[in-house]
Design a protein around this ligand. Sequence first.
Ligand code: PGA
Ligand code: ZN
Length: 425
Amino acid sequence: TIESVHGRRMWDSRGRPTVEATVRLRGGLTGRALAPAGASMGSGEAVDLRDGGARFGGLDVQSACRAINEVLDGALAGRNVNDQGSLDQLMVQLDGTPNRSRLGGNALVATSMAIAHARAAAAGVPLWQLLAAGQPVRLPLPEIQIFGGGAHAERRVDVQDFMVMCPAATSFDEALEWTAEIYRAAGALLRRTGKLQGVADEGGYWPAFNSNEEALDTLMQAIIDAGLKPGAQVGISLDIAASEFGSNGRYELALESRVLNTDAMIDMLGRWLDSYPIMSIEDPLAEDDAEGFTRFSSKYASRCQIIGDDFLVTNAERVRAAAAVSQLNAVLIKPNQAGTLTETLAALQAGKDARFGTIVSARSGETEDVTIAHLAVGWNAGQLKVGSFARSERMAKWNEVLRIEESMGRDARFWGWDALPFQAS
Ligand code: PGA
Ligand code: ZN
């Protein structure tokens, strides 16, 4: 039984205020979770409650903490913690808005995740195991950023994430080993060419490239320098985050001072797909370009994972609608886009029902909270994206999956190629 829910202000990886919730049970066990925050957000996302005004750039979260302490605490106290579905539904009803703007997506997601942790504490098992509910699960294929760009690096390059995935690895541990070598090799390359400017919001290198292709070429070289085979062992994964620079069928590539229409954008991405071993591409077009998604997917879904992030905003209805007209073949799953874990799981399930690739994802603003590592494993999502291979708010998640993998012992299985929604050649 829930005794109390408490919200407090904490700080995220960008030094901005965020919300932590603690759910306390009768008898003293607790569950605790922190809300993450995005920078390149879809317009259909649950919105965070932020105080506005001058303090901390308007980003303070005292009002979201009050929503927990003055509304959710009273409403949830005395209820059975195991009814995650009803508790989440109650929070959604109390909020009463379509975008969670009254109580705040940040208040809701922190509380919903804290409830899950309290359930796991009460059951005396790790969260992933509680969520797996006795079903066999595999360790997720990690998608790991090497270069950051877009909204996470002041648009130094147009593309937001240049990532690698290692589906030919035989374990999660080995996939991280390969990635560590690639990350090192990429850093060495940038240092040698004088193009290293630091690290971006998610820990990837912040590179001084002159074109998006230069980033792709450098990534290829880093894979080879790491002693790995591009394509056969390691794939490139891109998050274009096209809503950040495109709308109404106009895409403004700042780096190359070019404006492309939807067809030209599709052609450019198609050339990249022909020239590089790109296995996954996220938000290739803007969230308002449904037509473009359909055209892009009809051409490339048979050989590449095409992920909707801003386009689907972790919404089960949107996933089903997109699947019905083959607009893509994968969905990014971010708990704070949905608001509660129940809604997050519904979106994931809709993705699985459509035979989509499903990728549990962090945000660019993160904390030491490792809940999503447990969601990816326990919900058997197939893939996990949490940023790069540096900065502890990222490494905390990778390291947590390593602990889980080790705890599974000889039963540990890795998703590998099976996680991808296309037939690898
Ligand atoms: P965000 O970026 O958290 O800043 O929205 C992550 C992503 O686009 O996948
Ligand atoms: Zn994205």
